[in-house]
Design a protein around this ligand. Structure first.
Ligand code: GLN
Length: 287
């Protein structure tokens, strides 16, 4: 089987080749569409084999190339995100089911969990709120970190809430995680020790890679001309929703530290900046 749409000269990935050989070929083929072609190749081939990436690398390199690999590579060549193709993405210590209609968890967002851990130290934030939870990303990662905590995830999207509920169940957290449809903090009247949010923060006209722009939900990405619309709506509610001694941690775009800090200070918060693994501003802790 050949790969329609593949680059000229790209070899077919089937026909008696080993997984080891296919890894190199698929990685090379994906170079033009991916910043992480080798990792993509590993994840796609492991998915086609029906095993974890670790199990594939440890035990399956000598196997014949799995059937169906070419079709998966073809989808990736059309810029579809790997996580939508495999249906899952690792985040912090957990795996989350994802698909069209939900924002795929990014490693950068782990900065928020790290900030919260630093703030609470040996304490447990007993009640956690995740505004714009998507597939449950920040809430379920936090509940994995603090096994005695309970949490609520809010999202405007029913598709996202479906994924979030299924993820909570799959992780054995259904009894500790509630999910409800909502518009940020509006209408909530409980108080929380930790509030997490990764709102949309991309400016409407900002360019995005095709794998994001053409596949992930715009409602989770774009927030008005300057990308700040949702911070202006979320932050004024936070004081009312925070318990004594609590903190809110918000993800930001790396150029937005000053502008979002100013909105937070206007609402009476002290602000601490956290940087991601690439040393770029990524999260603000409000207390
Ligand atoms: N970090 C994401 C991206 O750059 C955007 C997520 C968001 O807007 N909250 O693709």
């Amino acid at each position: 089987m050949t790969v329609p749409g593949a680059l000229p000269g790209a070899a077919p990935f089937e026909g008696g080749k080993s997984v080891r050989a296919a890894l190199n070929e698929v990685a090379r083929t994906l170079e033009p569409v991916s910043d992480s072609p080798r990792l993509d190749a590993e994840l796609l081939i492991a998915h086609a084999l029906g095993v974890s990436r670790e199990a594939m690398i440890l035990h399956r390199l000598g196997d014949p190339v799995p059937e169906g690999l070419a079709a998966l590579v073809e989808r990736r060549l059309a810029h579809e995100p790997v996580a939508y193709i495999t249906g899952s993405r690792g985040f912090w210590t957990i795996d989350l089911a994802v698909g069209p209609g939900v924002l795929i968890p990014r490693p950068d967002s782990e900065t928020l969990i790290e900030a919260a851990i630093e703030y609470f130290g040996a304490r447990t934030p007993a009640r956690i709120l995740d505004l714009g939870t998507g597939p449950g990303t920040l809430l379920l990662a936090a509940l994995a970190e603090w096994p005695d905590a309970m949490g609520l995830g809010v999202d405007a999207s029913d598709v996202a809430l479906d994924y979030a509920r299924r993820n909570a169940a799959a992780l054995g957290m259904a009894a500790r995680a509630g999910f409800q449809r909502g518009d940020w903090g509006q209408g909530l009247d409980a108080r929380f020790d930790l509030i997490l949010a990764n709102p949309p923060y991309i400016g409407t006209e900002e360019p995005l890679p095709a794998q994001v722009r053409d596949y992930e939900p715009g409602s989770a990405l774009f927030a008005g001309p300057d990308g700040l619309d949702d911070y202006r709506r979320i932050i004024p509610d936070l004081r009312r929703l925070l318990a004594q001694g609590g903190a809110a941690v918000l993800e930001i775009g790396w150029t937005q530290s000053e502008s979002v800090s100013a909105i937070a200070r206007n609402s009476g918060f002290a602000v601490t900046l956290y940087k991601d693994l690439g040393a770029r501003p990524r999260a603000l802790l409000l207390s």
